[in-house]
Write a protein that binds this ligand. Structure first.
Ligand SMILES: Cc1cc2nc3c(=O)[nH]c(=O)nc-3n(C[C@H](O)[C@H](O)[C@H](O)COP(=O)(O)OP(=O)(O)OC[C@H]3O[C@@H](n4cnc5c(N)ncnc54)[C@H](O)[C@@H]3O)c2cc1C
Ligand code: SF4
Length: 474
């Protein structure tokens, strides 16, 4: 008799195997924008939760930038008390459905889990996502009751990314009047314009923003700090200001031909597709730029997002060009694997020399310098060095440059009184997030340079708590 394999393990036995996350099959997902990772079922989540050892000294917590009480929420989940698990997570993490999807857990909580020493760590991120998703639709109703307005004190946020959203939530929950000024037409920052829907569905971000609106936070969209509204004006009208404008200015290669039709920065390409909904053209009127043979430069998460987006936009071939090998790629391992499964190819040990044009000045190819790995550099990674006389021409009609970003000068140039670091970011007091101007705070990528969602949220939390301490005494 063929016994059907059981999906649960015998009672009382702890599993050594981590529960895999079901995903859309690669051949299907490469042509749609639906979420790739489908999330645990309740049965899977309870089983994975049962692997946690509830360590007396939980290293996982020290690996979490906002110190979610991980063993406590997993214990509640294992007892099937989802509500308790959710409230434990929310006590320190205001965007758990987002973090459960996009945090680099392998370098944070899961990277420190004791089970990872000899085997596989508890899938903390997946469990966080499961718990948060169970409450997603209730998130707006479940947000903490705002305290009655405190003496008319007002706080302004510049930018509506994870740093500002976190700071706004903390301030509004304490009864402060909060106004958020965002340059784009939708709040959410990189969560809506950068990270594609197949990794982070937009309804997840919308639910979190809905909760803030319910708390009384007011969003002023299409409002650019340094142009539509000046920092100096905000300082006059508000008791405190938080600056969370990110670091959205793209870095380019600086090679001949970069201004040809068909060469994009990853930020522009992803913003057109994600925020502008170019994938739904002509239903949305953002023109899609159709690329048949696409080349992406860079090998971080942004490059993987751009490459996988180009596939879904109908490209026949997508290559990631990188001057080292795939083993040195900075992107998350999972993202590299997902990209490869979907059909993205890797042109390793190659660096672009120049873009080439056809008769209409449109991009038609890129000439690549072949590289080899030399001695290790200061970072410990082997340095890529050109192999003399070895080049190769790569046909391409859409090139996407994903080399990183810097601080956008729009607000900073209009606010010369703000002290900056040598790298051009805003200088803050690390313990409070306060800038060189009294009661003006900053956090997220505009302070650290391009980093992560959870670090931006941590900075928003630090500043939010300090603002509340000063304005309402808590
Ligand atoms: C494609 C992509 C993929 C990523 N993937 C991940 C990931 O998987 N995991 C992860 O942890 N991190 C990821 N990151 C990084 C992460 O998204 C950022 O570190 C994080 O969003 C920074 O948050 P923030 O609030 O500082 O800024 P942002 O998210 O950049 O938000 C800043 C907001 O300010 C607005 N703004 C800018 N200038 C002005 C102005 N002058 N006036 C008004 N508004 C302004 C912007 O429009 C934006 O909405 C990714 C980044 C990109 C680009
Ligand atoms: S370190 Fe791992 S096993 Fe220990 S409490 Fe944290 S998640 Fe559980």
């Amino acid at each position: 008799m063929n016994a059907k394999p059981s999906t649960t393990r015998p009672a009382g036995k702890k599993s050594l195997d981590r529960r895999e996350m079901p995903c859309q099959p690669p051949h299907e997902r490469r042509s749609n924008f639906e979420e790739v990772a489908l999330g645990y079922t309740k049965e899977m989540a309870l089983e994975e939760a049962s692997r946690c050892l509830h360590c007396k000294k939980p290293f996982c917590v020290s690996g979490c930038p906002v110190q979610v009480p991980i063993p406590d929420f997993i214990a509640s989940l294992a007892k099937d008390d989802l509500s308790a698990a959710y409230h434990i997570i929310k006590s320190t993490n205001s965007l758990p459905a987002v973090c459960g999807r996009v945090c680099p857990q392998e370098h944070q909580c899961e990277g420190k889990c004791v089970l990872g020493v000899k085997g596989q760590p508890v899938a903390i991120g997946r469990l966080e996502r499961f718990v948060a998703d169970s409450f997603l639709h209730a998130a707006a109703d479940d947000c903490p009751e705002a305290l009655p307005r405190r003496g008319g004190k007002r706080v302004a946020m510049l930018g509506a990314g994870p740093a500002s959203l976190t700071c706004a939530g903390i301030c509004a929950a304490k009864g402060l009047a909060v106004d958020v000024f965002e340059g784009l037409h939708e709040p959410g920052g990189v969560l809506v314009y950068g990270i594609p829907a197949f990794r982070l569905p937009k309804n997840v971000v919308a639910a979190e923003i809905g909760a803030l609106r319910k708390l009384g936070v007011r969003f002023h969209l299409n409002c650019v700090g340094g142009r539509t509204v000046l920092l100096q004006e905000l300082r006059q009208d508000y008791d405190a200001v938080f600056i969370g404008v990110g670091a959205g200015l793209p870095v380019f290669l600086g090679i001949p031909g970069e201004n040809l039709v068909g060469v994009f920065s990853a930020n522009e390409y992803l913003t057109r597709v994600n925020l502008g909904r170019a994938y739904a053209f002509p239903e949305y009127d953002t023109p899609a730029f159709p690329g048949k043979n696409v080349t992406v430069f860079g090998a971080g998460n942004v490059a993987m997002d751009a490459a996988r987006t180009a596939l879904r936009m109908g490209a026949e071939s997508v290559h990631i060009v990188y001057r080292r090998t795939r083993y040195e790629m900075p992107a998350r391992k999972e993202e590299i694997e997902h990209a490869e499964e979907e059909g993205v190819s890797f042109a390793e040990l190659s660096a672009p020399l120049h873009f080439d044009a056809d008769a209409d000045m449109r991009l038609c190819s890129v000439t690549l310098q072949i590289m080899a790995l030399g001695e290790a550099d200061a970072s410990g990674r082997r340095r890529p060095v050109p192999v003399d006389g070895k080049t190769r021409v790569f046909p391409t009609d859409l090139a996407i440059v994903a080399l990183g970003t810097r601080a956008n000068p729009l607000l900073l140039d209009a606010s010369p009184e703000l002290e900056r670091t040598e790298r051009g970011y805003i200088k803050v007091d690390e313990t409070t997030g306060e800038t060189s101007l009294p009661n003006v705070f900053a956090g997220g990528d505009i302070v650290t340079g391009a980093a992560t969602v959870i670090l931006a949220m941590g900075a928003g939390r630090t500043a939010g708590q300090e603002i509340c301490r000063r304005l309402v005494g808590e």
